[in-house]
Ligand binder design. Structure first.
Ligand SMILES: NC(=O)c1ccc[n+]([C@@H]2O[C@H](COP(=O)([O-])OP(=O)(O)OC[C@H]3O[C@@H](n4cnc5c(N)ncnc54)[C@H](O)[C@@H]3O)[C@@H](O)[C@H]2O)c1
Length: 440
């Protein structure tokens, strides 16, 4: 049965706290694609297809032709930053995209000017921007809500979504103030220092029923107070941390090694990067948030507890080093020590010369389109089917996140099939063989 899904009519506002490398690469990419200057490579919504029905039916539409998603022409962008640079200037400074490409879309980018940020330097010590809202946390939340409403009205948007593209905040664990909506709202009024700026944006969005996706490893909406609010306002939410670069490779490779029941003794990952994200992560408290997000991946794919002979001694180490000459062109090295038949040792080396924001930008696009789709389909709360896009997928309490990218894709595709009234695909395919057996 097909679900009732409202059509994607009118403009969709995509609001981003943090107009840095990822956000500006995303906006510039969409602007250049609209002009026919480039292609949305890496975006599953734009370039991916989905099989429907049996293999013999040969139905493989593009995802964007199968489900009703906002078209790229209907997207309008806005955001907040602690620096005043417009999107063109911020993109030039980020040094991700070629200057000639940026010149071709300069007017559109220059027109997008950040709103003043809800900020607390204690959460990102390496930033010194001054484009910041006045007032305590409660007043900042009210101001963000006003920003959202004004943006929507000024741009004639039918709907709005928010994707956190701001810096990684320092590591902190959920405290009392995060445990219920009542405690959180009291905390806002008391200007409780345990409420992070990212939580202020998330609260403002969810309170207004604006779907929220978290691209950084910060707790943000992964706290009981905000999942409660999401339930109350029927708002879809998701996080955490865009799955790009090294973790993308990890969640592609590890399921394959695990599938072949090969053992693993160690996985050492190191990175160099020199963008502003790298500078923020140079602070140990901010790095800790990223480290926790990246570390869970292998354990959840390999399940050492269930398979101690293969993975019981696994040593997993991750390093990120700030190295300015590389800017956004991160280079990562992985050394994987694996075990084969009779315990014989082997090694795999991966050297990925990637472009961080080039991998992240299509994720921002897909998340914005899918989380808007989720809202129109009447879905709310944690959208686990979007785990495909996250390093550290947010789940319901007590549930283990699924990190295997192939299982994540099956879940994403089956969710779309389910909502559109198509058969789920189990890959059993026994009916083809039954025919053969009967014929013998
Ligand atoms: N680039 C990737 O591949 C990738 C992958 C996964 C996650 N991420 C995460 O995405 C986020 C953005 O990455 P980036 O490379 O664009 O970083 P960036 O440093 O270029 O941009 C982040 C921007 O957020 C702004 N900011 C910080 N706190 C803010 C606040 N409270 N309100 C408004 N603006 C705020 C900063 O001033 C900065 O301009 C980071 O948290 C990063 O860890 C990036």
């Amino acid at each position: 049965m097909k679900h009732q899904i409202k059509e994607a009519k009118g403009k969709l506002g995509v609001l981003m706290p943090g107009l840095g490398a990822v956000a500006t690469t995303f906006i510039a990419g969409v602007a250049s694609i609209r002009k026919g200057l480039s292609k949305p490579i890496g975006s599953v919504t734009q370039m991916g297809s989905i099989r429907l029905g049996k293999r013999t039916e040969n139905r493989n539409p593009k995802i964007k032709d199968f489900v009703s998603l906002a078209s790229l022409d209907d997207l309008v962008f806005g955001g907040w930053d602690v620096y005043e640079d417009n999107v063109y200037t911020a993109a030039v400074k980020a040094e991700v995209l070629d200057r000639f490409m940026l010149e071709a879309i300069r007017p559109e980018l220059e027109a997008i000017v950040p709103m003043k940020a809800a900020f607390d330097k204690n959460f990102v010590k390496n930033l010194d921007g001054t484009h910041i809202k006045e007032g305590n946390r409660y007043e900042q939340a009210q101001a963000v809500m006003e920003d959202i409403k004004n943006f929507k009205e000024k741009n004639g948007c039918d709907r709005v979504v928010m994707v956190w593209c701001g810096s990684t905040e320092i590591y902190h664990e959920p405290a009392e103030v995060h445990m219920s909506l009542a405690a959180f709202e009291k905390g806002l009024k008391d200007n409780d220092p345990r409420i992070a700026p990212s939580m202020i944006y998330a609260y403002a969005a969810i309170k207004l029923g604006v779907p929220y996706a978290n691209g950084a490893p910060n707790l943000t909406c992964d706290i009981p107070a905000l999942t409660e609010l999401a339930k109350q306002t029927k708002t879809p939410i998701g996080g955490k941390d865009f799955k790009t670069g090294q973790t993308l490779m990890k969640t592609i490779l590890a399921p394959g090694l695990h599938a072949r029941a090969l053992g693993m003794e160690g996985w050492f990952s190191t990175n160099i990067l020199g963008n502003r994200d790298g500078w923020v992560l140079d602070d140990p408290d901010n790095f800790k948030t990223k480290e926790v997000s990246k570390l869970g991946v292998l354990e959840d794919i390999l399940h050492p507890d269930e398979n101690p002979e293969l993975y019981g001694d696994l040593y997993h180490k991750i390093r990120i080093n700030y190295y300015p000459p590389r800017k956004d062109n991160k280079e990562s090295w992985d050394n994987i020590d694996i075990l084969g038949w009779m315990g014989y040792k082997m090694q795999i080396k991966v050297n990925f010369l990637c472009r961080d924001s080039i991998l992240a930008a299509p994720i921002v696009l897909d998340l914005a389109l899918f989380i808007d789709f989720a809202k129109r389909a009447g879905m709310s709360g944690i959208q686990e089917w979007l785990s495909f896009y996250f390093k550290s997928p947010q789940t319901a309490p007590g549930l283990r996140p699924e990190h295997d990218i192939f299982k994540q894709l099956i879940k994403l595709e089956n969710t779309l099939r389910y909502l559109m009234g198509e058969d789920l695909i189990t890959h059993l395919g026994l009916d083809y063989y039954e025919g053969i057996l009967e014929a013998q």
